[in-house]
Design a protein around this ligand. Structure first.
Ligand SMILES: [Zn+2]
Length: 403
C-alpha cells in the first residue's frame, strides 16, 4: 500500500483536479472513504484542519491520514472506483493558508522582538487560531510591538518558499526550531526571515495574508496562549467590532476618541442616581409606613393594619413591615399576590406581646402555605388561588384575640 502523493505541498492554489478513486473503504461512522493515488485535499495534521469540497456528486466531509500514510476522503455518499471532477472549498482553504502563514510570521516575530519560542500552534479558519508560548505574561505594549513587526513582514510581501532538504543539508538551514522529522524535510521559508519544517498549506506571498491581529492572551498549562486572527477572518472581526463601535458611539453621541470618557461619565451618573433612588425608596417606604400606621383600626388593646398589594417584591414587603414594627402596639399583615403566588409578612411591635410567627402560621396553614421568622417579624407564602385572597384577612381579628 503506497502512501498518497500530497499534491497540495507543491501547489496549494490548485483547487480543482481530476480525482481517481482506486479503492474505497467502509469507515466506522458509516461513510465511504475514498483513496486516490494523489490528492490536493489537505488531511487534518500538524495543527491544521482538513479541507472540505466535492468529488463528483459526493461531498468530502473529512480528510485524514491512515496508519499507512494513505489519505482517506470521507464521502457523504458512496462512489465507485473511477475518475471524477474534484473541487476543494476555496474559502476554507484560503483561511487556513492565511492563518498558517500568519502563524509562521507571528511565531518568528515573537522570537525576533521578545526572544520567545512557540511551543505549539493550532490553526483555524473560522475561529481565532492560537500559539502557545513559553512565557508567563506579556504586556500589552510588547504584544503591540510584536504585532506591528509581524504585519510589517506581511506588508513587505515576502515570498514564502517551499523546498526539501536532506538531513545533512538541514544542518545548514537556520531553523527556528530543529525539525522533529528526518529524511526528506520540507522547509517553509518566509524569505530570509523564518525557516520551519512544516507540512501545512501556506500563501505563496505574505501579502496574501493581508493582516494579522492578536486578540488576547491567556494562561493555559503553564504556557501563554495567544489568540490571533488573520486575512478574511481578521476582516470579519474588524467589521463586527466596527459595527458595535458605530452603534455605541451613535447611542452616546460621541466619536471613537470620546468613547471611553463617555462611558465613564455614564457610569458615574448611574452611581449617583442609584444612591438617590435608594434614598427616595427609603423615604417613600417611611411615608407609606406612617400612612398605614395612621389608618390602623383598634382590636382590643392593639391596633391592626392589613393590606394586600398586587405584584410587590417580597423583599420590599419585608422592609415595609420592618418599619411598621416600630409603631407601639401595632400589628401588621402585608400581602402581595402576582396572580399565582402569595407573599405574606406579619410584624408585631415588641410591646404588643404578640408573636408574629404564630400569627403568620395561622394565616398560612389553611392555605397550605409555609413560612418562618421570629416573634416580631415573619414571612412566608406559596401558590394560592385568586379566590382565597378574599378570605385572607377575614379571621385576622379572631386570630389575634386567640393568641
Ligand atoms: Zn506551516
Amino acid at each position: 500500500m503506497c502512501p498518497t502523493e500530497q499534491l497540495y505541498f507543491d501547489d496549494p492554489l490548485c483547487l480543482e483536479f481530476e480525482a481517481e478513486i482506486i479503492e474505497t473503504v467502509a469507515l466506522p461512522d458509516g461513510h465511504t472513504g475514498a483513496i486516490l493515488p494523489r490528492t490536493y485535499f489537505y488531511p487534518t495534521s500538524g495543527g491544521q484542519e482538513h479541507d472540505i469540497g466535492t468529488i463528483g456528486p459526493a461531498q468530502v466531509v473529512d480528510v485524514f491520514k491512515d496508519d499507512d500514510d494513505r489519505i482517506i476522503h470521507s464521502l457523504s455518499l458512496p462512489l465507485t472506483i473511477g475518475r471524477y471532477l474534484a473541487r476543494i472549498d476555496r474559502d476554507r482553504r484560503l483561511r487556513h493558508m492565511q492563518h498558517h502563514t500568519a502563524q509562521h510570521v507571528l511565531t518568528g516575530s515573537f522570537v525576533a522582538v521578545l526572544g520567545l519560542e512557540t511551543l505549539s500552534a493550532n490553526i483555524n479558519g473560522y475561529t481565532p487560531s492560537t500559539i502557545d508560548l513559553d512565557a508567563h505574561q506579556i504586556s500589552a505594549a510588547d504584544l503591540g510591538r510584536v504585532e506591528a513587526y509581524a504585519n510589517q513582514i506581511l506588508f513587505e510581501n515576502r515570498t514564502v518558499k517551499t523546498y526539501y532538504v536532506t538531513d545533512a543539508e538541514a544542518a545548514r538551514v537556520p531553523f527556528r526550531k530543529p525539525p522533529a522529522v528526518s529524511g526528506r524535510i520540507r522547509v517553509i521559508e518566509v524569505d530570509g526571515f523564518d525557516y520551519s519544517a512544516c507540512g501545512g498549506t501556506h500563501c505563496p506571498q505574505t501579502g496574501m495574508v493581508g493582516l494579522v491581529k492578536i486578540l488576547r492572551t491567556e494562561r493555559v498549562n503553564q504556557k501563554l496562549r495567544v489568540h490571533f486572527v488573520a486575512g478574511a477572518q481578521a476582516l470579519e472581526v474588524f467589521q463586527a467590532c466596527h459595527a458595535v463601535v458605530q452603534e455605541i458611539t451613535s447611542l452616546l453621541d460621541t466619536g471613537l476618541d470620546g468613547l471611553g470618557e463617555a462611558v465613564r461619565r455614564q457610569q458615574e451618573r448611574l452611581k449617583t442616581m442609584e444612591v438617590e433612588l435608594e434614598d427616595l425608596r427609603r423615604e417613600r417606604l417611611e411615608n407609606e409606613a406612617r400612612l398605614l400606621a395612621e389608618s390602623a383600626r383598634p382590636v382590643e388593646k392593639w391596633r391592626l393594619v392589613t393590606a394586600l398589594f398586587p405584584n410587590r417584591p417580597p423583599a420590599e414587603l419585608r422592609l415595609l413591615a420592618g418599619k411598621l414594627r416600630a409603631f407601639p402596639g401595632l400589628i401588621s399583615l402585608l400581602a402581595s399576590y402576582d396572580g399565582q403566588k402569595l407573599s405574606l409578612v406579619a410584624a408585631c411591635a415588641p410591646d404588643s406581646g404578640l408573636n408574629a410567627r404564630l400569627l403568620l402560621e395561622q394565616h398560612l396553614t389553611p392555605l397550605a402555605c409555609r413560612g418562618g421568622g421570629d416573634e416580631s417579624l415573619a414571612q412566608g407564602g406559596g401558590p394560592v388561588e385568586q379566590a382565597a385572597l378574599d378570605r385572607l384577612f377575614s379571621q385576622t381579628e379572631e386570630y389575634i384575640r386567640r393568641l
